[in-house]
Design a protein around this ligand. Structure first.
Ligand code: GDP
Ligand code: GDP
Length: 436
């Protein structure tokens, strides 16, 4: 289901990213132990009183060298285009500024609900100063302190009142996927090729935001797919659409809605920082992943080219060792007919449930090969392992003390589980828990 989107706007330094972090909480951790994974706090998911939502910090979408005022305006435009509810953040430590007024004027033109947030109201006395902000003409100002975590509950209570009606139930058995990658890697060409004459396009489904158009189709075996729209696929000609940060944000949003993510690389250019950032996000989100190397027709090959390319990819995306790699060409259609079956397989693996008895046999064998570690004279004891979730498959290992379960041993158990069962294409989670 498409989650409602909250977007944060406001001039620099009012505390947008502080509030974003408060609202997103610990959900924004991005594979920290991977070198080269930059933390982009632009997009995250949050939850309030049982309502899930996405949140965007438009302040994180910097638009290159544009002047200050036009950057803020572009960011406000993004919020108006992407959000269901806009949080307009100002600072109670200053009076209303020209930049605040400029943003307010833009927001008047929007038909999206706006909540006026006055941040940095760190103590009760300061609440008297917020009345100035009525002058912005956006209704009641909500005093908060991002630094102290005060007042956000009222803001979120208000925000969820504006959320659109929940959409219809998810359709069973439909696989949702997206093609993610930098501009020009060939996403649109791949889509056109995948949707070629022999597949039936069932319908275009309008999303909650006016521009999101998903395409649904059925393959030869009758499997139904929904392809999720991402930035760069349907260009509409706004200035910000060509910026990398915007494209990252849209990609994250699409990944969030997908079961399986097709990470498209350009064979001519190899792997870039952008690819790693996006792949890290999909991995953290627990999505199925296929690495698609496109434009394979365009490079000179010998017997080693594919193997070398594969080694490069494995080196750059170490945490994605589970993702299958497929070398394709949108131009010649090479191997494209294998894609639907591969997506289906990865989706099945994401939903795979392993019987407990089999699972525990694997764990006991693992311990026999590689005894549990000790620390300060105490040995890790593993009592029992059980799968508690799918999408992604998640395993709880009951132990005497989770502090004794080192990362390397968790990784070892994960590898043993992978060796025993087919989890190709999906991240799996192995979580130690103390048995009480
Ligand atoms: P952004 O540029 O709008 O994203 O603002 P930041 O979140 O980076 O915050 C700008 C500065 O304001 C930082 O130094 C924050 O520590 C500070 N700040 C954020 N929230 C509060 C608050 O509630 N009270 C006070 N006193 N400072 C805050
Ligand atoms: P997008 O921005 O990722 O959607 O990329 P496009 O689909 O618009 O493709 C960008 C450019 O790469 C276009 O000029 C395409 O014709 C070209 N292109 C796409 N796929 C292939 C391919 O498999 N082989 C070759 N040689 N060119 C391709």
């Amino acid at each position: 289901m498409t989650k409602p989107t909250i977007a944060i706007v406001g001039r620099p330094n009012v505390g947008k990213s502080t509030l974003f972090n408060r609202i997103a909480g610990d959900r924004i951790s991005i594979v920290e132990d991977e070198p080269g994974v930059t933390r982009d706090r632009i997009y995250a998911t949050g939850e309030w009183l049982g309502h899930e939502f996405s949140i965007i910090d438009t302040g994180g979408i910097d638009l290159g060298d544009e002047p200050f005022m036009s950057q803020i305006k572009e960011q406000a435009q993004i919020a108006m285009d992407e959000a269901d509810v806009i949080l307009f953040v100002t600072s109670g430590r200053e009076h209303v500024t020209d930049a605040d007024e400029a943003v307010a004027h833009m927001l008047y033109r929007s038909n999206k609900p706006v909540i006026l947030v006055v941040n940095k109201v760190d103590n009760p006395e300061m609440r008297n100063d917020i009345y100035d902000f009525y002058a912005l003409g956006l209704g009641d100002p909500y005093p908060v302190s991002g630094a102290h975590g005060v007042g956000m509950g009222d803001v979120l209570d208000k925000a969820i009142q504006y959320f659109p009606e929940e959409k219809e139930e998810e359709e069973e058995g439909v696989i949702k996927f997206s093609l993610i990658g930098r501009p020009n890697v060939g996403k649109s060409s791949l889509i056109n090729a995948i949707l070629g004459e022999d597949r039936v396009i069932v319908s275009n489904i309008a999303g909650t935001t006016r521009d999101a158009i998903d395409t649904s189709f059925v393959d030869e075996e009758g499997q139904k797919f929904v392809m999720i729209d991402t930035a760069g696929m349907r260009k509409r000609g706004k200035v910000y659409e060509n910026t990398e940060k915007y494209s990252v944000m849209r990609s994250m949003k699409a990944i969030d809605r997908s079961d399986v993510v097709l990470m498209v690389l350009n064979a001519e250019e190899g792997i870039r920082e952008y690819d790693k950032r996006i792949a890290g996000f999909a991995h953290e989100a627990g999505k199925g992943m296929i690495i698609v190397v496109n434009k394979w027709d365009a490079i000179e090959k010998d017997n080693h080219t594919m193997k070398e390319f594969e080694e490069d990819i494995r080196k750059e995306f170490q945490y994605l060792s589970y993702a299958p790699i497929i070398f394709v060409s949108a131009k010649t259609k090479q191997r494209l007919n294998q894609l639907p079956a591969l997506i289906e397989k990865v989706s099945m693996n994401q939903n795979l449930r392993v019987p407990s008895a089999l699972l525990n046999d694997v764990i006991m064998d693992a311990i026999a090969i590689n005894p549990t570690p000790t620390d300060k004279g105490r040995r890790l004891k593993i009592f029992y392992c059980t799968q508690v979730a799918v999408k992604p498959p998640t395993f709880i290992v009951f132990v005497n003390d989770e502090e004794l379960m080192h990362f390397s041993y968790t990784r070892f158990l994960e590898n043993q589980i992978r060796a025993a069962f087919d989890f190709e294409g999906t991240p799996i989670r192995v979580i130690p828990r103390r048995r009480t």
